[in-house]
Design a protein around this ligand. Sequence first.
Ligand SMILES: *[C@@H]1O[C@H](CO)[C@@H](O)[C@H](O)[C@H]1NC(C)=O
Ligand SMILES: *[C@@H]1O[C@H](CO)[C@@H](O)[C@H](O)[C@H]1NC(C)=O
Ligand SMILES: *[C@@H]1O[C@H](CO)[C@@H](O)[C@H](O)[C@H]1NC(C)=O
Ligand SMILES: *[C@@H]1O[C@H](CO)[C@@H](O)[C@H](O)[C@H]1NC(C)=O
Ligand SMILES: *[C@@H]1O[C@H](CO)[C@@H](O)[C@H](O)[C@H]1NC(C)=O
Length: 591
Amino acid sequence: MATMNQNAAIKFFLILSFLITSTFSIPSSPDRFIKSALTSLRSPEKPQEYEELTRPLPSDHLTPSCSHVLLRHSFANTINRPPFTTPYTPPSDCTSPPWSYVVLDLRAASSGDQYDRISGLWLGGVELLRTSTAEPSPTGIFWNVRKDVSRYSSLFMRSDLNVTMMLENIVNDVYTGIYHINVTLYFYEFNPIASNPKINGRLEFAESQRSDQSPADLIIPLCDKGKRGFWFMIEDPEEIHSKRIRIPSNTRRIVLELYVSFHGNDEFWYSNPPDSYIHTNNLATGRGNGAFREVFVKIDGKYVGSEVPIPVIFTGGINPLIWEPVVAIGAFNLPSYDMDLTPFLGRLLDGKSHEFSLGVNNGISYWLVDANLHLWLDHGSSNVVARSGHYESPSHHMVRREELEQLDGSFGVEAEVRSEFDGWVKSSEGNLTTSVKSMFNVSNLVSFEKDGAYKRVEQRVETKRIVEVTSESGKPVKRIVHQRSYPLTVITSTLRGFTNDKDMYLLMTNVSHALNEKYSAGEAFTEIYNRQDSDGWMEVEDHNVLAGEASTRQSYSYVDEFSCYSRTIVAGNGEITHDSSSDTCTLSSSS
Ligand SMILES: *[C@@H]1O[C@H](CO)[C@@H](O)[C@H](O)[C@H]1NC(C)=O
Ligand SMILES: *[C@@H]1O[C@H](CO)[C@@H](O)[C@H](O)[C@H]1NC(C)=O
Ligand SMILES: *[C@@H]1O[C@H](CO)[C@@H](O)[C@H](O)[C@H]1NC(C)=O
Ligand SMILES: *[C@@H]1O[C@H](CO)[C@@H](O)[C@H](O)[C@H]1NC(C)=O
Ligand SMILES: *[C@@H]1O[C@H](CO)[C@@H](O)[C@H](O)[C@H]1NC(C)=O
């Protein structure tokens, strides 16, 4: 008896100490969850609409000249399969182009249990949309994404292209949600700026703005072969993907448009501690390598530009309850990034092919990256002369700070990146010099307290790009300034050991993020302020959300030289409790 008691006591002591250690042995961290069990508790009666807050498109109140179904497909167990592909035919019922405005309309529906999934849509390998799905519920959800795709107009006239959509999904006994997707193009014959009633008398100006933004004559994709989607999958910092591309010798302007999303161990890259933290604490996680990432572009091995991407949070991320039914900024329509490469035409117009490459500084598995090269051709000549001028290779100033005491610590990165290029291009438009200055500042602080149970991530990113075009006599022709700032705060606080089940814990989460943008081209300007503040808690077992509550507040405002729009929305526990919008200009718009 005595021995048994002793044994029992030892066993009890072992269990107790195990509970105590397991209470604190895994640090708090943003993760990816599925809300299966919970939604069946909450279950609304009819399918619910999800949305990403954005502004109405100028075409929303107009009738399209024609519409054209790009694809209708249900993505079930598509994992490890090739993408869905179907031939593209230009719309036959539209009076002959040029149409002036094209809208891509994606409608999606799903029901059951499913993780969020990433998806890419391409036409002839040119990416048109990067999107992610919302996590469904048993009664079903649906959503609509509308995107102005006028800049891809030159592709829509071609009949030798395939439409491709990649959406890898798993459907089995556990994950039952199938994603049903319809994509339609709507073609409009109007000038959205000139058709705006508020701008009578300013048509001349609107026209000049439109010509500045007129779609490229040719778009060449910088992409993979397409067997697993046209994106390149990048799994480590050394991995660089390249494609040899020949640029037509009458190209007078070139802009690279970058598409990027991050997954796996880098889904929350902005919250990753350095490897020293993981090794010191013997953690099993692969989410490391610090919190600084930079996607870069090279031509013939030479750096030509880079971006620190906007930290888009997918609907299973951090706390899935926060993203119903209003998803995170960019989740349905991930932003793309433009880089003006015109200063490099001097190297590219030699009739030979050149190596364009993409990579991710510090990136770990995995990133999905590709790019579109938008080319404007000189119709008045078959030969354009160009020379690259000043090339200031990017200066990276980076300071990392590290304080570490077992599971507590703080890790800071401050980075400033600048680059400057110029070059002249002589075409039938004259001899124009383009100078591109880009700079960005990043500050990131990841800190752990309470034996790792409390984690706070603060990131600030500010970017500025200035493109100036001057004539041979030095007269300014065009000046474009594009600024973005995207601050982010994520707090995750874990409470373990409140039940005997060591896999079950409570997670308190706060997320605040914003995407603010200022764009100006001469007198034309656009300003967008978009901010989301959320908090919530959830009870989690493994990656399943069992119970919880969440609320989100978002305000969006848009101003350009002709119009204003603003909207505020509040959602709590899956329902919208406040939604107001206005198109009156309350702030006097200054130009
Ligand atoms: C797609 O289109 C078909 C045919 O019009 C329609 O029955 C289906 O409900 C649509 N699906 C979605 C997700 O909108
Ligand atoms: C379009 O897809 C089909 C079927 O996958 C393929 O045989 C064809 O070569 C593709 N066409 C182009 C232009 O890529
Ligand atoms: C970056 O920070 C420096 C000073 O630290 C400031 O002068 C500069 O304007 C900032 N750049 C951007 C793009 O915010
Ligand atoms: C174009 O202009 C630049 C300076 O603005 C000059 O250096 C260059 O020689 C000019 N090119 C031609 C072909 O005239
Ligand atoms: C996090 O959200 C909770 C509400 O759930 C709030 O009480 C708390 O102040 C927030 N914390 C921070 C640091 O914003």
